[in-house]
Design a protein. Structure first.
Length: 588
């Protein structure tokens, strides 16, 4: 598994798919997405499980925990398992499919199938009653678990404004327990990822498992269930009034028989994180009694993060309205039960405090000390540069997420490479006037910034530049001698067509050529010396040979005399000795 997920974490990142685009960071309404080693991760402590990042991630790298196996275990346990089906199911199924959906759920093994709207009717009635009884304050409806979590954790001063009524899911689960017995298990199925967290934290154990429509369709495919092959059947319980309209903006107010209008002064419906934040910010100054129906998903539950996206939102809305109008009666339901109350509390968010000095250091590192350098462009995913700096201090973000900062770094690196290059570089405009020269070029051609704006012919032969500028060649490369500067250069000229500029690169070969001449002279001198030495050695060898020859001849002559002397008869010593030997003997 390449996912970052704790056992009970609802939303997590698939690292293999995360492409470092920062989109999830931009769309997360509470900045619960952090960045580590270039990859996004979900901070479970801050996450609302609203699923916004799941819906918006272009790579499908954000996902939610699958609980299908838990539902299978409940069915296999032998207990009666009831389904609480969110009314938004009609937004993804056609009319004929909705009539077979109950049969499909029973085929999976569920013993009781009914709509969550059964509990929604009771919740709407009690919410409206509470609002009428507490006209001294603004009241926030609590059907949406993401809204409740948001208020508890990020708007703790408004917890007292939450209507202390359970959600339709929990209300329905209570009714199912009363009907089927406490041993019955309840599985909720809907478009909402936050329901998984609510089932664990807010249902008091009444909801055993929460699935999404995505998981349900995957389960159907796994079991080979085809709705076209099933018979039509009804749900076991039918909701009253307009309860099936709960997934739509204004649906809960309509169910409560309240005036639903943009001009209504005492009720307001908002959908989407931005609208929710805006209305909550305004409640502190609200002077008139107000009931707020708040849904965290834009356009309501029909745009939940686990809704299959096979159809546009408007078509989903049309399908649901057609289902609501075709199955709704004006009859009121029975008297609301008295046990739908609950309590809400502040969820303290433990996080490191950040000082102005720490923020200043981040700004200093990213070149944003001056206020005008703090662009607040939002490319990093944070609304302001200060928010991003705070996240960097808390290790929820990295300085490299700042696009202007990284662009400046890239430009600085490019400039640094040009300025420190050992080769001379000159950049010309389309008229072959000098725009820029680097330090090496200045040294080679003994010039300064005073040449800016002057034609290149002021320094070197313009012919290679004219050739490239005229489009006769994209690149020229040749070795040129510049006697005026005592230089020999390898000269490369190429065009930047989009910028209408020419670039010249001059590689200094002067020293290399001098070294080559010196080496060639040394080679020639050494060769001549070798030849002279060889001739001398040959002459010496000849003389030695001549001396050896003369010596050998004299030795042979002496040997002949000795042989001849040895062969003569004995007589008077002086008489029989050679004359030269006589003389020698006598003198001795």
């Amino acid at each position: 598994m390449t996912v970052e997920q704790r056992h009970n974490q609802v939303v997590f990142t698939n690292k293999a798919r995360c492409k470092d685009c920062y989109r999830c960071i931009r769309v997360c309404p509470v900045n619960a997405i952090g960045l580590r080693d270039g990859q996004a991760y979900v901070d479970e402590q801050r996450c609302l499980s609203c699923g916004t990042c799941i819906r918006e991630c272009p790579q499908g790298a954000k996902s939610f925990r699958r609980d299908t196996e838990r539902a299978k275990e409940l069915i296999a346990s032998g207990r009666t398992v009831a389904v609480s089906l969110a009314p938004s199911f009609a937004a993804i199924f056609t009319e004929w499919q909705t009539r077979r959906l109950a049969s499909a759920l029973r085929k999976l093994g569920f013993g009781h199938v009914s709509e969550t709207a059964v509990g929604a009717y009771d919740v709407a009635q009690q919410t409206a009653r509470y609002a009428r009884e507490h006209r001294d304050r603004a009241c926030i409806a609590t059907a949406c678990p993401a809204v409740v979590h948001y208020v508890e954790q990020y708007r703790p001063h408004l917890v007292q404004n939450l209507v202390p009524i359970v959600s339709p899911m929990v209300a329905h689960a209570r009714k199912l327990k009363q009907t089927l017995g406490d041993d019955a298990a309840v599985v909720f199925i809907g478009p909402c990822v936050a329901k998984k967290a609510e089932a664990e934290d807010k249902s008091d154990g009444l909801v055993d498992c929460a699935l999404t429509f995505t998981e349900l369709l995957e389960w159907f495919d796994e079991q080979g269930i085809d709705l076209a092959q099933l018979e039509e059947s009804d749900f076991d319980l039918q909701p009253a009034g307009w309860a099936r309209s709960f997934p739509l903006v204004g649906g809960s107010l309509e169910t409560a028989s309240l005036r639903v209008s943009a001009l209504a002064p005492d009720v307001v419906s908002v959908a989407g994180a931005e609208e929710v934040e805006d209305i909550l910010d305004s409640l502190a100054e609200a002077r008139e009694p107000l009931l707020v129906e708040a849904l965290f998903c834009e356009q309501g539950c029909i745009n939940g993060p686990a809704m299959p996206a096979a159809h546009p939102v408007h078509e989903r809305r049309t399908r649901l309205l057609r289902y609501v109008l075709g199955h709704t009666t004006q009859e009121s339901g029975p008297e609301c039960p008295a046990d739908l109350g609950t309590t809400f509390g502040v969820r303290p968010l433990c996080q490191e405090s950040v000082t102005d000095e720490q923020i200043r250091r981040v700004f200093e590192r990213t070149g944003k000390q001056a206020p005008e350098d703090q662009l607040n462009c939002g490319a990093c995913g944070y609304s302001t540069c200060r928010e991003q700096a705070v996240a960097v201090v808390r290790k929820m973000a990295e300085a490299q997420m700042c696009v202007p900062y990284m662009r400046r770094l890239a430009e600085q690196r490019t400039d640094r490479i040009i300025e420190t290059s050992p080769n001379g570089i000159v950049i010309l405009d389309e008229r072959l006037n000098i725009l820029h020269v680097n330090g090496s070029f200045k040294k080679l051609f003994m010039c300064s910034e005073a040449v800016y704006g002057k034609p290149i012919s002021y320094l070197v032969d313009p012919e290679p530049f004219e050739k490239v500028a005229a489009g006769k060649a994209d690149l020229t490369e040749l070795t040129v001698e510049h006697p005026k500067y005592h230089l020999v250069c390898r000269q490369i000229v190429y065009a930047l067509r989009d910028e209408r500029q020419c670039v010249g690169v001059f590689v200094n070969l002067t020293t290399s050529l001098k070294n080559k001449k010196t080496l060639d002279s040394l080679r020639a001198s050494t060769l001549q010396q070798a030849r002279d030495l060889l001739a001398h050695q040959v002459d010496i060898a000849g003389r030695i040979a001549q001396f050896l020859g003369d010596s050998t001849a004299q030795g042979e002559k002496l040997l002949d005399n000795l042989v001849r002397l040895a062969q003569d008869e004995p007589g008077s010593p002086n008489e029989q000795r050679p004359s030269w030997l006589k003389d020698t003997y006598t003198s001795t």
